[in-house]
Design a protein around this ligand. Structure first.
Ligand code: FES
Ligand SMILES: [Fe+2]
Length: 377
């Protein structure tokens, strides 16, 4: 089949955008788990294709180590946590929280035996991990989550997603999908046609959509008291880092003067951590600045939002299934629309970052020289 000019151009453009086959970006802080997931049990979790074991020390500090015992690759997550050490369930090597082997039952010395440990930092409901170059770990680079810092009410959750994290970021930067994928939950028909602005920077991508006037769906109308009223729904999708996307929304009754409008805002952190190239740990931290004392509002919004985000999971997994089953051929193309400008720029940025890092990684690999065995006479 020959492609049309538009299809061919789309195919060429697509090659510069990150997708399910793009290498990972390692030099970033990623959320490894919700804080409540890590406790005094050994827990296995794969992040950036690397198998980890997580646990908390007796003083509550979270720890992440490679899950593979340095001796014969037994999973440490199937071993024993004794105090702040992990004792391998196969031949009993004992590791401390830094991954240093501190005991080998069958010999006196454990000098030089170690596995990798990873810097962690707990920030309220989430725990961040650094899996990049160890000397570049810097907790001041952890992206801010304003809803945790401003005294807002928050709730958090986790969903496994069988699709690339790239497509979750893309989904969040193009909310025209609300009118269709979320028609039964928090989408409204006017969403896709609403005016929008974009702000495309180097590593920061924003798309602001003005759905005005509109009628709010129950998840927003009930808690804000805007049921049955002509309202404004102004939403900003903000790609903060490869590991964090924040959606900000503001609602008000358009019949009120600006000075009379209550300040009612929500911010939802969508936190996609790559598990493998085609699977993602999807963490959510949702916050609001109103009805701060009302627990039933927290429960209601949380339940409604997670039902809506589950529609994204179902949709992205269907997309991934189709892409995985596709026969490799020369005819593949995806046409971008004007609403995709921010997400196209974001995907180009991810690809560039990933490929630049891969080049540096390759260059750092030292050639291993093996001395030829001395020839015997
Ligand atoms: S595999 Fe862990 S001690 Fe042997
Ligand atoms: Fe969505």
């Amino acid at each position: 089949m020959s492609l049309t000019r538009v299809q061919r151009a789309a195919q060429v453009a697509g090659r510069s955008m990150a997708g399910r086959n793009t290498p990972f970006i390692y030099n970033e802080w990623y959320v490894v788990a919700l804080s409540r997931e890590i406790d005094r049990e050994l827990m296995a979790r794969t992040v950036l294709d690397r198998q980890l074991v997580l646990f908390r020390k007796e003083d509550g500090t979270p720890v992440a180590l490679d899950n593979r015992c340095g001796h014969r690759s037994f999973p440490l997550s199937r071993s024993a946590l004794e105090g702040d050490t992990v004792v391998c369930g196969y031949h009993g090597l004992r590791y401390d929280e830094n991954g240093q082997c501190v005991e080998v039952p069958s010999q006196c010395s454990c000098a030089g035996i170690s596995i990798r440990s990873y810097p962690l930092h707990q920030q309220g409901p989430v725990v961040w991990i650094w899996m990049g170059e160890p000397e570049e770990a810097d907790i001041s680079k952890i992206p801010a989550m304003p809803m945790l810092e401003e005294g807002w009410v928050t709730s958090e959750d986790y969903m496994p997603l069988k699709a690339s994290y790239v497509y979750l970021h893309e989904n969040l930067l193009d909310l025209t999908h609300l009118s269709f994928l979320h028609a039964k939950t928090f989408g409204t028909p006017d969403y896709a046609k609403a005016d929008f602005d974009t702000d495309i920077g180097d590593g920061r991508f924003l798309l602001k959509r003005y759905v005005v006037p509109t009628r709010l769906p129950p998840v927003w109308a009930k808690p804000t008291g805007l049921e049955g009223k002509d309202a404004a729904r102004i939403t900003t999708s903000d790609f903060v880092s490869p590991a964090l996307h924040i959606v900000h929304a503001q609602f008000y009754d358009i019949s009120l003067d600006e000075s009379e409008r209550p300040d009612q805002r929500i911010k939802t952190a969508h936190i996609p951590t790559p598990e493998t190239g085609t699977s993602t740990h999807y963490f959510v931290v949702h916050g609001r600045n109103f009805a701060l004392e009302e627990n039933e509002v927290t429960d209601f919004m949380h339940e409604q939002l997670m039902a809506a985000f589950d529609e994204d999971v179902v949709g992205l997994e269907a997309q991934e299934e189709l892409l995985a089953a596709r026969h490799e051929d020369d005819d593949f193309f995806e046409i971008s629309l004007s609403a995709d400008a921010a997400s196209v720029a974001m995907r180009r940025y991810l690809k560039r970052r990933a490929e630049d890092e891969a080049v540096v990684r390759e260059a750092k690999k030292k050639p291993v020289s093996v001395k030829p065995a001395a020839a015997s006479a």
